[in-house]
Design a protein around this ligand. Structure first.
Ligand code: BGC
Length: 267
């Protein structure tokens, strides 16, 4: 079985590979408030060491981000493949959007910056795509081939669709709502910032999911991000047609999926 990048999306598994996959890779997850990383066993999705988390209270430029990731790589004395999940649109090695990070990321060639900072090729992908890879392969979506929508609720809203083994990065967090992106109403960070009760926030999320269901018709919806650990507080507010499941990797899906992507990209 093998994984390969395709133009339409990211195929999780494809039969008929001859190359042996890398079994360990370092996964890095760039978030709105921290950068996290850990080595991952890509055959099981398990972390091989406790993750390192570097808080980023001040927005880092792309070069500073490269140096921060280099610290994590050095800390683990890592020499193998590295995958990096980024919270914006990733087009090849370039970043096209960066809603919650430094504006200097816009249009920057992050793949090249990271390769220079880490002295090797780095596999770059959208952070929600990373979470989708991890959850569909080892987590809440494993074994399910039907249409799945996975949302990560954190600083922003990440989204992917998965179908028959292919994970497609999307940007449903930026659907327009009352003149803004929908993520400005339903991200987990908004609940905290506005001091919303779980019920009030849950109702907002339910409205958002009903809009997404009208156009996407998923059979399964997976809710990820740190907030998935508290799903019993807001799942009762969600009246989706689709089956609803909390992510199993909570906020570690980004690390695991970035590592999977790195291992696969080496082949
Ligand atoms: C970005 C997405 C990202 C999500 C979660 C959004 O603002 O546009 O690309 O996946 O935040 O980090």
């Amino acid at each position: 079985m093998r994984t390969a990048a395709t133009e339409a999306g990211i195929a999780i598994e494809r039969a008929g590979s001859f190359a042996a996959p890398d079994m360990k890779a370092l996964g890095i997850d760039i978030g709105g408030s921290a950068v996290k990383g850990a080595p991952v066993d890509t055959r099981t999705g398990r972390l091989l060491a406790e993750r390192i988390r570097i808080a980023t209270p001040v927005q880092l430029s792309p070069l500073q981000m490269g140096r921060t990731i280099a610290k994590i790589v050095a800390e683990f004395k890592w020499r193998g493949p590295i995958g990096v999940g980024f919270p914006g649109v990733v087009y090849g090695s370039k970043i096209l959007t960066s809603a919650n990070l430094h504006p200097k990321f816009l249009g920057c060639d992050m793949g090249t910056i990271l390769s220079k900072a880490l002295h090797r090729r780095v596999a770059l992908l959208n952070d929600a795509a990373a979470a989708g890879l991890a959850e569909m392969k080892f987590g809440a979506g494993r074994g399910f081939a039907g249409k799945t929508l996975l949302l990560t609720l954190g600083t922003g809203v990440g989204s992917v669709l998965a179908y028959h083994g292919t994970v497609v990065p999307c940007e449903f967090g930026h659907l327009p709502h009352e003149g803004k992106s929908y993520e400005k109403f339903v991200a987990a960070s908004v609940r905290e910032r506005e001091g919303l009760t779980w019920k009030k926030w849950g109702k907002r999320l339910d409205n958002y999911l009903s809009v997404l269901e009208q156009i996407l018709w998923p059979q399964l919806i997976i809710i990820g991000g740190g907030v998935s650990a508290k799903h019993e507080k807001f799942f009762p507010c969600l009246k989706t047609r689709a089956r609803l499941r909390p992510a199993e990797f909570f906020n570690q899906a980004g690390i695991v999926g970035a590592a999977l992507w790195a291992a696969e990209s080496k082949r």
